[in-house]
Design a protein around this ligand. Sequence first.
Ligand SMILES: Cc1ncc(COP(=O)(O)O)c(C=O)c1O
Length: 382
Amino acid sequence: MTWADRFSPYAKRFQASSLRELFKLLGKPGLISLASGAPEPSLFPTPQLAEIYAELLREPANLQYGTSEGYGPLREQVAARMTARGVRCDVENILITNGGQQGIDFAGQLLLGPGSGLAIQNPSYLGAILSFRPREPRFVPLDQLSGAAMAYVMADFHNPTGLSLSLEERLALTDAARTAGAALVEDDPYGELWFDTPPPSSLATVDLDGRRMDEGNVIHIGTFSKTLAPGLRVGWVAAPRPVISQMVLFKQAADMHPSTLNQVAVSRALEGLPADHYAGLRALYRQRRDQLLTALDRHIDPGVRITRPNGGLFLWATLPEHLDASAIFPDVVAAGVAYAPTEPFHPLGGGPNTFRMGFTLGDADRFEEATKRLASVLNPLL
Ligand SMILES: Cc1ncc(COP(=O)(O)O)c(C=O)c1O
């Protein structure tokens, strides 16, 4: 008997994404990869964190077990930040998680079973799809909420498209979710990374319309991965108390509590962040978006449609329908560049002709070279 034969039916439903195979090609020397969504490391508050950790490590209590809900002062800070955004939270409405991904996984654990209706954008975030799929939900389009248990939505600077919902769309969606009795799960890692104007109010803000979080229909998932550093693995769920109480049980079963040391460090870092921290992130990512778009406009055939996001970390490209971004991928890598094919980001099917490009890592010269290489493969096909 092999190990795989012993795995439970639930375990067997976890499938590696087809991207894993394609991304094995990424080790090629000299390759310029636009496939990643990793933040720019020079933006991490590394000097501040070095000082904070040095100080925290003088106090053994910072290495002790903590509570499953998370570190109290950090929960207070998150509740205050959410309240400032129009989501009136008490500390009891906040659970600290190991990144946003754990909040997504807990939302699926809370709401989805075999056959549950899961209304979802198409495309959607691959990490969420991979977490939800083994629970065997019935994926349906976002405009077919009737009978759905959950709607999972990125309203701001969506991964992979980079696009945001308009205020009208947010109003319609929050209304429709309430009418259908579907819990609205808002995944918002990018809302603070806007470039020109802030996005419309969050789905939680629109849904509450001034009421307190406990009266809401939204489970809001946030993270410090894109605004501080992803390796800290600190995120949060803001939700009505019954949701938080149940997720605390999940947290106890999964990993007991978030890292004490990292939570205290994030809490201190938030207190000491320079006033222009967020402006600095926005300015650099905005510049890189512009540099990549300029290079693409210069070199890529206009038959490739490319989104022009006003925030976040990604551009999304659509090739003519007869082309397949995964099939072309080996040629693209052979030319010395890589993107992320986004067919696997489509829970409702479709999208073989689409791909995502991250603009976080690079500068004008690197993007110029990357797009020349990409053009050498794509333009002759158009
Ligand atoms: C839409 C979306 N949600 C959640 C995550 C997970 O982030 P975290 O590092 O906080 O787990 C990501 C990461 O890229 C993301 O793009």
